[in-house]
Design a protein around this ligand. Structure first.
Ligand code: G1P
Length: 279
C-alpha cells in the first residue's frame, strides 16, 4: 500500500512574479484553496496519510497552512465562517505532515532525493502541485488510479498525457510498449526533448509512484538537461534495470505553472466545483 507522498515545493515560481516574490507558488489559490491543498486532497483520496514536503527558503507558509491556527479559529468560532476551515482542519487532524529543506536547487531528481529522510524504505507518490489534476465525473482521483495500478504491478509508474508536437519540449517524454488500456511499459524517456528528438507525444505529468530503489539510482544519476539531476533520467535507468510503467490517466490536467493554465483552472473550478458546492 502507498501511504506516503512527497511534494517537491522548493521551486521559485518565477513565471508568476511578482505574485510569488514573497509567497510560494504552491500557495496560489485556485478559487478558494491553495494549489498544494488540491494535491493533498487528491492523495488522501488514494489512501495516503503521510505527507513530506521538500521545501526551500521562503516556503514557511506551506507548513503553516498544514498546521492549526488557534488565533484565527478562536476569532471566527461560532460565526458562519467557521465551516470554511472544516476541510483543512480535517486534513490536519487525520494526516501527518513533515518538512525538510532542499538547500540547493539541483533539479527535481535532487529534490526527490532530499526527501528520502521523510520517505524511508517505502514506495511513495510524488505530486508536483502546479499540475492540477481533476476528475470531474467523481471517479477515482489520478493518484488513486495510480496506486491501484501499483498494487497490481509493484513498480514505478509515471502519469502521461498526449500533448501537441510543439509542446513536447516542456516535458519529460516517454516511449513505451502498450500493455493494456492506457498502460505502457517504458522503453525510453527523454527530458524536454526538441520535437525532432521526442520518442512520442506522451508527456509526463507531475504524478509519480516510485519504488524506494529510485534513491540509489538518483544518487548515481549525472546532471542532465539544464545541468540538473533529472528524475526522468533516473527513471529511464530504473526502466532498463527492471520495469517502469506509464499510465494515461482518466481526468483533466491544468498546467497551473503557466498563467494560461492557471486562469483556465480557476474558471473551471469556479463553474464546475465552487458554484456547485463541490469545493
Ligand atoms: C518536471 C519534470 C518533467 C515533467 C514535468 C511535468 O518538469 O522534469 O519531466 O514532464 O515536471 O509538469 P518542470 O515542469 O518542473 O520543468
Amino acid at each position: 500500500m502507498i501511504k506516503k507522498c512527497l511534494f517537491p515545493v522548493a521551486g521559485y515560481g518565477t513565471r508568476f512574479l511578482p505574485a510569488t516574490k514573497a509567497m510560494p507558488k504552491e500557495m496560489l489559490p485556485i478559487v478558494n484553496k491553495p494549489l498544494v491543498q488540491y494535491g493533498v486532497e487528491e492523495a488522501v483520496e488514494a489512501g495516503i496519510d503521510n505527507f513530506g514536503f521538500v521545501t526551500g527558503r521562503g516556503k514557511r507558509s506551506i507548513a503553516d497552512h498544514f498546521d492549526y491556527s488557534y488565533e484565527l479559529e478562536h476569532q471566527i468560532k461560532g460565526s458562519g465562517k467557521e465551516e470554511l476551515l472544516t476541510t483543512i482542519r480535517s486534513l490536519i487532524n487525520n494526516n501527518k505532515f513533515t518538512f525538510t529543506r532542499q538547500n540547493e536547487m539541483l533539479g527535481l531528481g535532487h529534490a526527490i532525493l532530499s526527501g528520502q529522510t521523510l520517505i524511508g524504505d517505502n514506495p511513495f507518490a510524488v505530486v508536483l502541485a502546479d499540475d492540477l489534476c481533476l476528475v470531474d465525473d467523481g471517479g477515482p482521483s489520478v493518484l488513486a488510479q495510480m496506486t491501484k495500478l501499483y498494487n497490481q504491478f509493484r513498480c514505478s509508474i509515471v502519469a502521461i498525457q498526449e500533448v501537441p508536437e510543439d509542446e513536447v519540449h516542456k516535458y519529460g517524454v516517454i516511449a513505451g510498449e502498450p500493455m493494456k488500456d492506457g498502460l505502457f511499459r517504458v522503453t525510453d524517456m527523454v527530458e524536454k526533448p526538441k520535437k525532432e528528438d521526442a520518442p512520442s507525444r506522451y508527456a509526463i505529468i507531475g504524478r509519480y509512484i516510485l519504488t524506494p530503489d529510485i534513491f540509489d539510482i538518483i544518487r548515481k544519476t549525472k546532471p542532465g538537461k539544464n545541468g540538473e539531476v533529472q528524475i526522468t533520467d533516473a527513471l529511464l535507468q530504473q526502466a532498463k534495470d527492471g520495469c517502469v510503467l506509464a499510465y494515461k490517466f482518466k481526468g483533466r490536467r491544468f498546467d497551473c505553472g503557466s498563467i494560461e493554465g492557471f486562469v483556465e483552472a480557476t474558471n473551471h473550478v469556479y463553474e464546475n466545483y465552487y458554484k456547485q458546492g463541490r469545493n
